[in-house]
Design a protein around this ligand. Structure first.
Ligand code: SF4
Ligand code: SF4
Ligand code: SF4
Length: 898
């Protein structure tokens, strides 16, 4: 409970929070004091001087920087204040260019509001107006324009970019009369380090920074971003049946109003003309439009021929919890198989497997906002500012507050600019790196003995395994100088609370499970688990990959990670679903492809995934899909994968349906229908129910997703207390076992989820990656993500502006390697591995170290995954997409025909 102080403002008695400013207290109590440079998210700057007040006994001061005090008597209006304010507003107006009616900020402009409040003499303004100084409007950014003629130099954009976003793309320049806000060297904003997040645009009080598409919505709908696992809350602005805007939800606990470029500007895909609007069936080799009745009847009749293990379902990390629940229920209760999996296999399967061994459960331990309060952060295998931008922003915030950041990554990623220590290890050597750090911690006695003794077991066996990680070996293996490793180890062990963040750089390896175990061993060793701002925090990739796992869209578990091999769990689901359940663990995504190639799986129901681009060794996936007797794909667009489909069912987007997503911090949140589904597209839950009902199944008579959630809660202990009514008030973090449980922001505070309640240290050995460079393929290819595209870009490439910000695939190559190969920046090269080759533009950059090249996998015209290795982790069965051997050759220009 905040301590209160009582003061009076304009004679009204007010109870204000101790420590807040007079301006904040006034605004909270509905008293307007004109202001332009103040914003609740930013520390007060006192630049515009408009918020003057008079304090009895102290005189005139600015209210945005003066804290409230008990007994204070404040006046917001006196003749002197009014005169000063009017002069300030006049000076701003005479330097402010433009006609209000022409400005897209008209009626929402804070200068307009202040001018109206103080009262302006138009004749006086005319006399004062300075000779026009017309600066060119910067229209280079695809999402917003910068018109510095309208700028009032409040500095909010500068502070937002530096202090909230941590980017510093803009600053004051040309001091004196010509002062303006500029990028470095006054280049167009598109050529600056700007990340196009739009946070400055949101805060600009006037029309100097405005979105290119400034359409006023007629209503707003509260929902959740459909891109990454941060699960940022947002409001979609709707006009008619069109989504016209998005803004961050300041009350959402995951993002507190912040959005990245995709969440703010990346929604044009919803109404894109190429959206699937009718079901399609393949006739004479071509997909042709048909009716829902015909398509559903065909799917039901065909699938009925493949009940049992010749069928597999591939669920979707982009679909809702309710939809994933239904897909796995359909596979298990209607088709009689545990052959159900989804793309978590390609991202965080090792997280689930690894953390289950050490902590007893595999999910992010702490909550997103806690990152900002960590004293030390180890970000390993995560390019957070590109893949999870809003969490990346919190890391930068923590550093600004004094936290020590250790970045461990083969590439010199953007976060390195904020790092106290950068460990640039060779791809695939994470176990050696982390075990080396742990050896230093143990040898120097920096471990948390009390935590190790009271809350952990198997320490001695683990300690013995450290003997194989002498620092000479670690330095040789990882390429990280031992001195730097020692500094990092000491920093992590002694700066508390310390948080570990990781993503696919840790998991997408043939030893991904070992990598995850190594991160949890490190956290346990230093007692950094179960406390605020600590933990092992896997950053989940897609918006609902956590939920798809929770819902049992996995071959070995029912919803809530209840094992299919557990007789009691099977009985429970048999009773609920009225269908016998198999105790045989089903096939993983990679195994489904193998089985299809071998003719063991003949029919696949694939929802909202594009494995032709996302799976490793994608030629093998194409061969598998080609071999199927029957493939149904359910999606919002035609994709590289629908080319193999016999039937394509048009699905609704996140904006066209109700449901829930679970973000990376285990927060279950409501998404809400903002518009009617486009054309004849239907919500995925409706489609799955219709197929099941056409096949004669019972238990699919749902008319709203809230009913599906009620069934989920009744069968899934970690979701037991979750209902739509409770989610109306905000999200709930699982475990939430009962209707009165508040949810769980931090896991393992008292006991771990193991049978003994103690965490288990797991001894580790170093295992090299399966395919390393050699004479034929001398470079190592690793894969990464772009800030501007998502996954296989099914959605982001339908957003024109995102295509401007990142046009296509590039292979990053170090200047040394480029020189040896005779390749210049921008030239076209061929990248070949043992499995295939692609032609791609070279980007010569020292971000990628010598011997390593790097590509994303977002672009269909350059399918990086034809190159990647099919080697899998033996436990998690994840393919090793982070390491394979390739050869790069310069393509000679083709001679023009004579
Ligand atoms: S859009 Fe974001 S990154 Fe770009 S200048 Fe504004 S705040 Fe900075
Ligand atoms: S561009 Fe907008 S936010 Fe930035 S200083 Fe000018 S008026 Fe303020
Ligand atoms: S950080 Fe992720 S969830 Fe948040 S707005 Fe960006 S893409 Fe959406």
């Amino acid at each position: 409970m905040d301590e209160k102080v009582t003061l009076t403002i304009d004679g009204i008695e007010i109870a204000a929070r101790k420590g807040e400013t007079i301006l904040e207290a006034a605004l909270e109590n509905g008293i307007y004091i004109p202001h332009l440079c103040y914003h609740p998210d930013l520390p007060p700057a006192g630049v515009c001087r408009l918020c003057l007040v008079e304090i009895e006994g102290r005189g005139i001061t600015i209210s945005c920087k003066t804290p409230v005090e008990a007994g204070m008597k404040v006046k917001t209006e006196t003749p002197q204040i009014t005169a000063i304010r009017r002069a300030i507003v006049e000076l701003l107006l005479v330097n402010h260019d433009g006609d209000c009616l022409q400005c897209s900020k008209n009626t929402q402009c804070e200068l307009q509001q202040a001018a109206k409040y103080v009262g302006i003499d138009e004749a006086r303004l005319k006399r004062l107006r300075r000779a026009s100084r017309k600066l060119p409007v910067d229209t280079s950014n695809p999402f917003f324009d910068r018109d510095m003629n309208k700028c009032i130099l409040c500095g909010k954009c500068v502070r937002t970019c530096a202090e909230l976003q941590g980017v510093s793309a803009v600053d004051f320049a040309f001091r004196g009369y010509g002062t303006t806000i500029s990028t470095f060297a006054n280049r167009p904003i598109l050529e600056s380090r700007c990340e196009s997040c739009g946070e400055c645009v949101v805060r600009c009080p006037v029309g100097a920074l405005v979105p290119k598409k400034a359409i006023q919505p007629s209503r707003e709908v509260k929902t959740v971003c459909p891109y990454c696992g941060c699960g940022c809350g947002l409001y979609l602005g709707v006009r008619g049946n069109t989504v016209v805007s998005a803004r961050g939800d300041t009350e959402n606990p995951a993002n507190r109003g912040a959005l990245c470029v995709k969440g703010r500007f990346g929604h044009d895909f919803i109404g894109h003309p190429s959206r699937l609007a009718k079901p399609l069936v393949r006739r004479d080799g071509k997909l042709v439009e048909t009716s829902w009745d015909e398509a559903l009847a065909l799917v039901a009749a065909k699938l009925a021929q493949y009940r049992g293990d010749s069928f597999a379902a591939i669920a979707s990390a982009k679909c809702t919890n309710e939809e994933n629940y239904l897909i796995q229920k359909f596979a298990r209760a209607v088709m009689g198989t545990n052959n159900v999996d989804h793309c978590a296999r390609l991202c965080h399967a090792p997280t689930v497997a690894g953390l289950a061994q050490t902590f007893g459960s595999g999910a992010m331990v702490n909550s997103i906002q806690e990152v900002a309060d960590a004293a030390c952060i180890l970000a390993i295998g995560t390019n957070t500012t590109a893949a999870h931008p809003v969490i990346g922003r919190l890391i930068r915030k923590a550093v600004r507050k004094g936290a020590k950041l250790i970045v461990a990554n083969p590439r010199e990623i953007d976060l390195c600019r904020s790092a106290a220590v950068f460990l640039q290890h060779y791809p695939g050597t994470d176990v050696a790196l982390l075990m080396g750090m742990m050896r230093v911690i143990v040898e120097e006695g920096l471990l948390d003995r009390s935590f190790v003794e009271t809350r952990c077991e198997n320490f001695e066996a683990f300690r013995k395994s450290l003997e194989n990680f002498g620092l000479d070996f670690v330095e040789r293996t990882t390429g990280v100088p031992r001195d730097r490793l020692v500094v990092a180890a000491r920093l992590y062990a002694t700066t508390k609370p310390a948080s570990i963040l990781f993503a696919m750089g840790i998991t997408q390896h043939s030893h991904g499970t070992d990598n995850v175990i190594a991160t949890s061993n490190l956290a346990l060793l230093t007692g950094n688990v179960g406390k605020p701002s600590t933990g092992v925090n896997p950053l989940r990739g897609q918006n609902n990959v956590q939920g798809a796992c929770d819902m049992g869209a996995l071959p070995n578990v029912f919803p809530g990670y209840q094992r299919v091999t557990d007789a009691a769990a099977r009985q429970k689901f048999e009773a609920a679903w009225g269908a016998p359940q198999s105790d045989k663990v089903g096939l993983t995504l990679t195994e489904i492809c193998d089985a299809a190639c071998e003719g063991r799986v003949k029919a696949v129901y694939l929802v909202g995934e594009n494995p032709i681009l996302s799976e490793a060794n994608s030629k093998h996936v194409a061969a598998a899909l080609q071999k199927l007797d029957f493939l149904v794909v359910q999606d919002i667009f035609l994709t590289e994968t629908t080319e193999f489909a016999h039937v394509v069912l048009p699905a609704a987007t996140f904006a066209e349906k109700d449901g829930t997503f679970t973000n990376t911090e285990r927060r279950v949140q409501r998404i809400r229908r903002a518009i009617q589904p486009l054309g004849e597209s239907k919500p995925d839950w409706w489609i799955t129910c219709e197929i099941a009902k056409k096949m004669g199944a019972k238990g699919f008579d749902f008319t709203h997703p809230s009913q599906i959630m009620a069934e989920i809660a009744s069968l899934t202990p970690i979701y037991g207390g979750i209902s739509y009514e409770r989610l109306e008030g905000g999200g709930l973090q699982w475990p939430c076992p009962t209707k009165d449980h508040p949810g769980t922001p931090i896991l393992h505070t008292e006991r771990f989820a193991t049978p003994s309640g103690k965490a288990k240290f797991v001894p580790l050995e170093y295992r090299p990656s399966m395919e390393l460079p050699d004479a034929d393929y001398p470079l190592l290819l690793t894969t990464e993500r772009s800030l501007y595209h998502y996954h296989t870009s099914t959605m982001t490439r339908k957003v024109e502006g995102l295509n401007v910000l990142r046009k296509g695939e590039e292979v990053e190559i170090n200047p040394k390697d480029a020189e040896a190969l005779g390749v210049k920046d921008g030239e076209t090269v061929r990248v070949a591995s043992r499995r295939g080759e692609v032609t791609v533009r070279a980007k010569v950059t020292s971000v990628t170290p010598p011997g390593v090249v790097s590509m994303t996998f977002h672009f269909g015209e350059c399918p990086t995954n034809v190159l990647t290795s099919p080697a899998v982790d033996p436990v998690a069965k994840i393919p090793e997409t982070k390491v394979c051997a390739v050869r790069v050759t310069k393509l000679e220009p083709v001679a023009a025909p004579s």
